[in-house]
Unconditional design. Structure first.
Ligand code: NDP
Length: 244
């Protein structure tokens, strides 16, 4: 999809690897200035070499104070992609308090916090904006050993709707994308059991998992004016899985 984001500044979290990294590259290629936020500095150094001029910010988004320090003065942002997440896999009965807290602080609370920072800036400047929360199809269906992760994504659906409702009057749209498995590092981990993975794939009407590009295209569509009447929605990128 050919979209033009010239003149706009975007912020992408979880920018070091996987979907976040390719989202940064696509926004950069579409003319946006990009703030790339991630946890491992080496990833940001290599990304900066691929996309000269992006603004790297290295921070653990699970740490509220560190995030406030790193991003509180981030300046004008028009487009936000809340993408950072961890998928800590454990059977429900074995999930620890640490697993639960880490899952919620990185996957949900950071989206809440970064959105507050960015939306306040948009409102103060009187400009419209678009925010995309990268969720998952497990916001809607269960997946083995992902109780904590899935719960963060289920909650993200309501965060998306609540933000859309309260920020709509300021012309700020908020949507989520809800992919099926994408074979990034995270996707390989959650689908590592080959028999399970094969059966899961066959349950998709399109008989395949998503590619990173499928998710990035949908993120860019939701960030762009091409989706100007869409807010508060959860958009599946799931090969039809949720329809079955
Ligand atoms: P990856 O694990 O490949 O990449 C995640 C990125 O987020 C990494 O750069 C990672 O940095 C960063 N990140 C993680 N925790 C933090 C943190 N505390 N602070 C800052 N950055 C952090 O994941 P994907 O690209 O696969 O996932 C991206 C999004 O897509 C997530 O929201 C995920 O839930 C969602 N998703 C993924 C699916 C899949 O199958 N892959 C399916 C459905 C949804 P580092 O490595 O340094 O920790």
């Amino acid at each position: 999809m050919q979209l033009n984001f010239s003149g706009l500044r975007a912020l992408v979290t979880g920018a070091g690897k996987g979907i976040g990294r390719d989202t940064v590259k696509a926004l950069y290629a579409s003319g946006a200035r990009v703030v790339a936020v991630s946890r491992t500095n080496a990833d940001l150094v290599s990304l900066s070499k691929e996309c000269p001029g992006i603004e790297p910010v290295c921070v653990d988004l699970g740490d509220w104070k560190a995030t406030e320090k790193a991003l509180g003065g981030v300046g004008p942002v028009d487009l936000l992609v809340n993408n950072a997440a961890v998928a800590l896999m454990r059977p429900f009965l074995e999930v620890t308090k640490e697993d639960f807290d880490r899952s919620f602080s990185v996957n949900l609370r950071s989206a809440f916090q970064v959105s507050q920072i960015v939306a306040r800036g948009m409102i103060n400047r009187g400009v419209p904006g678009s925010i995309v929360n990268v969720s998952s199809m497990v916001a809607h269906v269960t997946f083995p050993n992902l109780a904590a992760y899935s719960t963060t994504k289920g909650a993200m659906t309501m965060l998306t709707k609540s933000m859309a409702m309260e920020l709509g009057p300021y012309k700020i749209r908020v949507n989520s994308v809800n992919p099926t498995v994408v074979l990034t590092a995270m996707g390989q981990k959650v689908s590592a059991d080959l028999e399970f993975s094969q059966k899961l794939k066959e349950r998709h009407p399109l008989r395949k998992f998503a590619e990173v590009e499928n998710v990035v295209d949908t993120i860019l569509f939701l960030l762009s004016d091409r989706s100007s009447m869409t807010t508060g929605s959860t958009v599946p990128v799931d090969g039809g899985f949720l329809a079955t």
